[in-house]
Design a protein around this ligand. Structure first.
Ligand code: ADP
Ligand code: ZN
Length: 618
């Protein structure tokens, strides 16, 4: 009889483990966070649960602890192989018997996994829904002891969501085939429609539902007006030197160009989009996960299933399609709870482009109407003079008091100005020129520029010609953009971007609808200079602690490289920071640092202590 099987039998005799004991000894955490404990106790007792926590709240613990407390193997359904790989690696590092069954395994390897499953030698098994639902596999499962089913990224079951996976729909069979086994579905997706849909599709209407605020307090939100976007991006990245982050662009070409531009400016950046060779794409993703301080420039093809906890920033060079998309993409920053930044540069052209994409889609009118409303809601967040966090959370039906102190508008309150007359001048110039011209020409007319286009059309003879000389073109641009966001002006894509007045415009022209515009901040090319240097999030460590933190990071990178795994599966930054602050001098004290479980203490304890001794000595 093998040692593994004897170990299993011994475990069966010792009875169920206590959740808190598992949390401490395996994961190295002293206490549950928020509603984790409620969820864990409910599932350990055999109940079904739906867990709707935002990214970084600690969803994994909600099924991983019950998996270790309940007898048998936990089956975890996950949509992506990359996601499984990280989770499995992190669990193994913590001494948990976890593995994944997916298409990357050879026939022999897959056979071995099945054998281990049959023998009860696995604590957690990660599978794709396709694999789980194959008849052979369901049969095999009916012959083994199952601790629970966890359905990760459960929003994939909903057609409302952006990551719809038809195979997820069939997961409802689990209820019939394994009636006594608890199911726990987890997702960070916040919108109400998807949540409701998920309960029905997975037949989990009777499950206990656990929610927390969608707020991500450690993320700073900033939205700037596009001026010279590449320079603005560069200034932003200079503030984040040495940190990992994602830059999102809409097109493949822009991804390539931006990555090259950053490289040319001394910032390590790699491209990622669906048009790249599979091998290149995988290699770039792998580098992003395993190396530190790398910028990944990507289309939205990148992101789902990226569990990297130390993504310090997400930058958008193009406008996403909705608040959901924006929140999901920016949500990839700061999973580890450390300060992170979501930054976006946007302008009138972004609005126009997104609008055109909706107009040109082959879709029924009511679908387009919903999409336009969703885009409008995001524009509202972009143009708000109030707290960004408040505006974002309001979209998800949450009331936030505002003044979060961690967004651009809270930090530097936005000036507004009475724009009623200016708006009337814009509308008048549009109407007098036949609503056939784009913003550039309308502004030329307002400013009294005698361009060839102006004189050819005779627009220099209009009464509105030159009535707006006193206002800079940049400010006119901003005003037009805000009128579009407010639904007073529409960009007509069939007419090559002509500005057209909507119904709402009438009230403005009649003076029944006062307008206040926000005053855009002017971008200065010197912004962000000189602040760079070390990785931003550890700013509150003393100089000595910071030096030790960097030394511990270097050691971690070495340990990770030796095993070919990402550094964060060895230790998270939060754990290294605590080590640097507390300077434990023996294994016992080191073991009390959050994130150091028994297995990691055995494996890495000595190496970490050595770095600390060296730091203290020198
Ligand atoms: P989610 O899946 O909800 O995005 P994760 O499960 O990846 O979140 O956890 C986010 C971070 O929080 C991880 O760094 C994890 O180690 C940490 N964490 C989770 N639960 C706890 C806890 N009870 N105490 C301390 N840290 C925790
Ligand atoms: Zn705020």
């Amino acid at each position: 009889m093998s040692a593994a099987i004897r170990e299993r039998d011994a475990e069966l005799l010792s009875g169920p483990r206590d959740p808190l004991e598992v949390l401490a000894s395996v994961f190295g955490h002293r206490a549950f966070r928020g509603k984790q404990e409620e969820v864990v106790r409910h599932v350990v007792a055999g109940g079904d649960a739906v867990v709707l926590f935002p990214t970084g709240a600690g969803k994994s613990i909600c099924y991983q602890v019950p998996a270790l407390c309940r007898p048998g193997t936990a089956i975890v359904v996950s949509p992506l192989i990359a996601l499984m790989r990280d989770q499995v690696e992190a669990l193994r590092q913590a001494g948990v018997r976890a593995t994944a069954l997916n298409s990357t395994l050879s026939g022999d390897e897959a056979f071995r996994v099945r054998l281990d499953l049959r023998e009860g030698l696995l604590d957690l098994l990660y599978v794709t829904p396709e694999r789980l639902l194959s008849e052979g596999f369901l049969d095999l499962l009916s012959q083994v002891k199952i601790a629970l089913f966890a359905i990760d990224e459960a929003h994939c079951v909903s057609q409302w969501g952006h990551d719809f996976r038809p195979e997820y729909m069939a997961l409802s069979v689990l209820r019939e085939r394994f009636p006594g086994v608890p199911r726990i579905a987890l997702t960070a997706t916040a919108d109400l429609q998807t949540r409701a849909d998920l309960l029905v599709r997975l037949e989990m209407e009777d499950a206990a539902v656990y929610t927390t605020s969608a707020d991500r307090p450690n993320i700073r939100y900033a939205i700037v007006q596009k001026d010279n976007p590449r320079r603005q991006l560069l200034a932003f990245l200079r503030r984040h030197q040495g940190s990992s982050g994602i830059v999102y662009c809409l097109s493949r070409r822009k991804v390539e160009e931006t990555a090259t531009f950053l490289e040319d400016n001394g910032i390590r950046a790699l491209p990622y989009h669906a048009g790249l060779d599979r091998a290149v794409r995988d290699a770039n993703q792998d580098a992003f996960l395993k190396e530190e301080g790398l910028v990944l420039v990507a289309t939205i093809a990148f992101g789902m299933g990226i569990d990297k906890p130390d993504v310090r920033f997400v930058a958008h060079l193009d406008l996403p399609s909705s608040v959901e998309a924006y929140y999901q993409e920016t949500g990839r920053a700061g999973r580890d709870g450390l300060p992170s930044e979501a930054w976006m540069a946007y302008g009138l052209s972004d609005m126009a482009l997104r609008g055109r994409m909706i107009d040109e889609r082959e879709a029924p009118d009511d679908v387009k109407r919903i999409e336009r409303a969703k885009l409008g809601a995001l524009l509202g967040v972009c143009e708000t003079a109030g707290c960004r966090r408040q505006a974002l959370l309001a979209y998800f039906g949450e009331r936030h008091p505002g003044q979060c102190g961690n967004c651009d508008t809270c930090e530097a309150p936005v000036d507004t100005w009475d724009g009623t007359v200016a708006a009337q001048k814009i509308l008048s110039a549009m109407v007098r020129t036949g609503q056939r011209y784009g913003a550039g020409h309308v502004i030329d007319v307002l400013r009294g520029e005698t361009t060839e286009k102006v004189t050819r059309a005779g627009h220099d003879r209009l009464p509105t010609f030159g009535v707006g000389k006193d206002i800079e073109p940049r400010v006119w641009q901003s005003a037009i953009r805000q009128l579009v966001a407010a639904g007073i002006v529409r960009v007509d894509h069939d007419e090559h971007g002509a500005l057209v007045a909507t119904e709402e415009a009438r009230a403005v022209l009649k003076g029944d609808h006062p307008i206040r515009f926000r005053r855009d901040r002017v971008f200065k090319a010197t912004e962000g200079r000189g602040r760079g240097g070390s990785s931003a999030p550890v700013a509150d460590l003393s100089a000595d602690e910071q030096a030790l933190f960097e030394a511990l990071r270097a050691e971690r990178l070495k340990l990770a490289r030796e095993q070919g795994v990402p550094p964060y599966v060895v230790f998270h930054d939060t754990t290294l920071r605590e080590m640097a602050r507390l300077r434990p001098m023996d294994l016992d004290t080191l073991g009390r640092v959050p994130g150091v479980g028994e297995a990691k203490l055995r494996r890495y304890g000595d190496a970490m202590l050595e770095v600390i001794y060296r730091g203290v000595g020198g």
